[in-house]
Write a protein that binds this ligand. Structure first.
Ligand code: GRF
Length: 200
């Protein structure tokens, strides 16, 4: 028997990855519980999913903060308050600073819509289209100070077809994200549990 890992999810957008995390917990693929969804944007659709599935959420609006550090500290405090063990950035459209990165060393992961280290940063899907690559994909990686560059946990490849539009490609990449993110969470959770036991 392994106790459920306590997750904190950070999201800014539609929350489709958030929803797939919930689904994989429900179907027992993932031995976890979501302690909190934190959003930085009050209009973010992920909130509707939290309501739908009865998951606690909080809006920490960066526009009400004077600095990135102030926002990071509020986010960190909330995660600590709930004893979150693993933080998942599932479409979190903000750069996190040292305050969070150091506190959640090896416990902070992100999903990015490219095969890293290719196409870091914003609009990775458009970057792949512009370069006319034949294969792109998605990556789950640990978060480090330098954006989209921590070590990679899992990746999936997605072919770019001649007839693809940005939207069709995005859809196929997202379908793969929904598969690999819960797998990555399970993998990291296992690591956290093992190292915890090793420290005892
Ligand atoms: C995903 O494509 C992810 O790779 C990127 O933001 C998007 C979030 O989508 N970082 P959603 O909010 O989970 O639907």
């Amino acid at each position: 028997f392994q106790p459920k890992i306590r997750l904190g999810i950070l999201a800014s957008g539609n929350g489709s990855n958030f929803e797939y995390i919930i689904k994989s917990i429900k179907n027992k693929q993932l031995n976890a519980e979501i302690s909190i969804l934190i959003v930085n944007n009050p209009n973010c659709l992920a909130i509707n999913k939290a309501i739908k599935y009865d998951i606690p959420y909080v809006i920490i609006n960066h526009r009400n903060c004077n600095s990135r550090l102030e926002h990071d500290i509020l986010v960190k405090k909330k995660l600590e308050e709930l004893s979150v063990e693993l933080v998942v950035m599932a479409g979190w459209m903000r750069i996190v600073g040292d305050e969070i990165i150091n506190r959640f060393n090896n416990r902070l992961i992100n999903i990015h819509p490219s095969l890293l280290p290719s196409f870091k940063g914003v609009d990775a899907i458009q970057q792949a289209i512009d370069k006319r690559v034949k294969i792109t994909g998605c990556s789950v990686h640990y978060v480090q100070k330098e954006v989209d560059s921590g070590s990679i946990i899992i990746q999936a490849a997605v072919p770019l077809e001649e007839q693809d539009s940005k939207e069709t490609l995005r859809k196929r990449i997202q379908d793969m994200e929904h598969i690999i993110l819960p797998i990555a969470i399970a993998k990291v959770a296992k690591k956290i549990r093992t190292s915890f036991m090793g420290n005892k």
